[in-house]
Ligand binder design. Structure first.
Ligand code: MLT
Length: 406
């Protein structure tokens, strides 16, 4: 008889943000009079930079003419985009990354979710707790997570608690682990990591022959303090780390889809190059990102593109400030929101994350993300994003102050 992949059956029925969308849609049906403000999923609202739109229009025109039409592109991305990435995101910052270490894709979600394809099923995986659910769920799908216990998590995953007691920064695991997922500035807590703190992880990985999967999707939000934008700014990282980057939050590409992953050629284990394995995996399973989108991504690095991108980031960071100061005024304990679009708050009066989700939705029409959706360590916390418009952010904060300050 046909058998399904039982690992999928072990997963919760739906993905966190799908669950939330369903709940909100049900609430909306029951309360059509409530104007909902979405500060839940980290989805951007600012339109694409004009430089990007212009570049995509020109690329679409090229695709409509026989002389300039292009069919399949290189699976790992066009050289023009990989060169622009290497120069702007790395070489300008004093980090050497070669273009054949860069793999362009449709998203950091796909890449962080698929990277495990090239790892052994017996590798021990460590994640922060709370954590972006894709890292855990995809390891469950791969059969690397063991069994789930309510309130404890997956038996084979090593959880690194990130709580207010440790400044929401993970501590080095006591046991040896093979794969370590790190995301800074962090989703969901919004905290950044210092160079010194990140160096400890690189040293650990080098000493233990582990691989760090570094998700830098939010690096563009780093504005204060001496924080690395790339793990490769730390000495030795090219021997132990894979980095994921995205145009989604940086340049408003959540609906346009473009990202990239860096796999240094120095990442060789047991004589096998991870760069070569990923190249094999990608060229077998995908045909790359569309030419039009890659031209749009290239334009992000133009002078006009960079200016517009900066403006959008500042706009969102300003929203984050509005949320932080408003919540503080309403008496909440608040974290993040400085080098990050995410604000992380402690739920009041001992409410669970989901109880607070329901209360907030019912009393203010504001949608956020329950901390427990990011893992056991997120229970009692709640995430709000700064990606909505300034007007909606202000309105949401006013409603929160009105209800909770009373
Ligand atoms: C989030 O809300 O955590 C992000 O939008 C998820 C993502 O980038 O896939």
């Amino acid at each position: 008889m046909f058998k399904v992949n039982e690992n999928f059956v072990k997963l919760p029925a739906s993905y966190l943000f799908v669950d939330i969308a369903k709940k909100v849609s049900e609430f909306s049906k029951q309360h059509p009079e409530t104007e909902i403000i979405r500060l839940g999923i980290g989805d951007v609202t600012r339109p694409l930079p004009k430089a990007v739109v212009k570049a995509m229009q020109a690329a679409a025109e090229e695709m409509g003419k026989a002389e300039t039409f292009r069919g399949y592109g290189p699976e790992a991305g066009y050289e023009f985009l990989r060169t622009a990435i290497a120069e702007n995101d790395f070489i300008k910052r004093g980090v050497q990354v070669d273009i054949d270490e860069i793999f362009v894709s449709d998203g950091a979600k796909s890449d962080t979710g698929s990277i495990g394809d090239i790892f052994d099923v017996d590798n021990v995986v460590a994640v922060c707790d709370p954590v972006y659910p894709v890292y855990v769920d995809t390891n469950v799908m791969a059969g690397r997570a063991g069994e789930y216990t309510e309130g404890k998590g997956w038996s084979k995953i090593v959880y690194m608690p990130c709580l207010k007691e440790n400044g929401f920064l993970p501590e080095l695991p006591k046991e040896r682990v093979d794969v370590i997922y790190l995301c800074f500035p962090n989703n969901p807590s919004g905290v950044g990591i210092s160079r010194d703190a990140l160096k400890k992880w690189v040293d650990y990985a080098l000493a233990n022959q582990s691989v760090i999967l570094y998700d830098a999707a939010y690096e563009a939000f780093i504005t204060e303090g001496d924080m690395p934008h790339s793990i490769y700014e730390i000495e030795g990282a090219k021997k132990c780390a894979i980095e994921f980057r995205s145009f989604s939050k940086t340049a408003g590409f959540t609906g346009t889809r473009c990202a990239y992953t860096v796999i240094p050629k120095a990442l060789v284990f047991n004589g096998v190059s991870l760069n070569k394995l990923w190249d094999r995996r990608q060229s077998t399973k995908m045909n790359g990102v569309s030419y039009v989108v890659q031209r749009g991504a290239e334009a992000v690095f133009s002078e006009e593109g960079q200016r517009e991108v900066r403006e959008n980031i500042i706009y969102y960071l300003n929203n984050a400030k509005i949320i932080v100061s408003g919540l503080e005024k309403a008496g909440f304990e608040v974290y993040g929101g400085v080098n990050s679009p995410y604000v992380w708050l402690k739920t009041p009066d001992g409410l669970t994350s989901w109880e607070f989700f329901d209360l907030l939705l019912e009393k203010t029409g504001v949608v956020g993300t329950p901390g427990s959706g990011f893992g056991v360590g997120g229970e009692g916390y709640f995430r709000l994003t700064s990606f909505n418009t300034k007007e909606n952010t202000e309105k949401a904060v006013e409603r929160i102050i009105r209800f909770f300050k009373a």
